[in-house]
Design a protein around this ligand. Structure first.
Ligand SMILES: [Zn+2]
Length: 209
């Protein structure tokens, strides 16, 4: 089994007149985060951690701010694309850990809600998501929200072709068909192009096709 680690960082300034959304969760606060998209600093850091873990570039290469399609976009769209890149590369999430750095609002009272929102968007259990919060002591950045994220991935387990052949020899046709369905479910249909038509970097995918 192979494992990969990814790290992501993001920051956005606070701005009046926009809703505050962190980790996909709308939060009651007089200011939101300025950005081309919805400014979800936490999802952006997680997206970059996921993309980095499979060497698939970063959020800016997939969703350039110059592209009007992403103006005001929900950041869950970015996250979904990163999850597709991870799955296409043959990996799944083991766990994810994050740190939010901001003076206000206080994160501790909503940390559980945040964790549930992020785990739902990632398709993992809440116990596989860490949400920690710090205030920016001594950094003089009280009007900025910062997020750091680390993700650990492990390769999807795919049965060896040799053991498959052994099974084929031993099993009847019905069982062969069942096994093929299982393998297809694990590997997915063969694809080397991302949802946005980008060519997936060729690493470790040879084992799966
Ligand atoms: Zn961002």
């Amino acid at each position: 089994m192979s494992m990969r680690i990814g790290y992501g960082f993001d920051s956005h300034a606070f701005k009046t007149g926009v809703p505050l959304i962190i980790g996909g969760l709308p939060i009651e606060h007089p200011e939101g985060l300025a950005g081309h998209s919805d400014g979800d600093v936490l999802l952006h850091a997680i997206t970059d951690a996921l993309l980095g873990a499979v060497s698939a570039g970063d959020i800016g290469t997939f969703f350039p701010p110059s592209d009007p399609r992403w103006k005001g976009a929900a950041s869950s769209v970015f996250l979904q694309t990163a999850l597709e890149e991870v799955a296409t590369a043959g990996y799944k999430i083991v766990n994810i850990d994050t740190v939010l750095v901001m003076a206000k609002p206080k994160i501790v009272p909503i940390a559980n809600e945040l964790r549930e929102s992020v785990s739902r968007l990632l398709g993992v259990k809440p116990g596989e998501v860490g949400i920690k919060a710090k205030t920016p002591e001594g950094l003089n950045q009280d009007h900025v929200a910062v997020a750091h994220a680390t993700v650990l991935l492990e390769s999807l387990e795919v049965p060896e072709p040799v053991s498959l052949r052994t099974l084929e020899a031993e099993a009847d046709e019905d069982r062969d068909i069942e096994m093929n369905v299982v393998v297809r479910g694990l590997v997915g249909d063969s694809r080397d192009v991302s949802a946005l038509g980008r060519k997936i970097p060729a690493f470790d995918t040879d084992d799966l096709t």
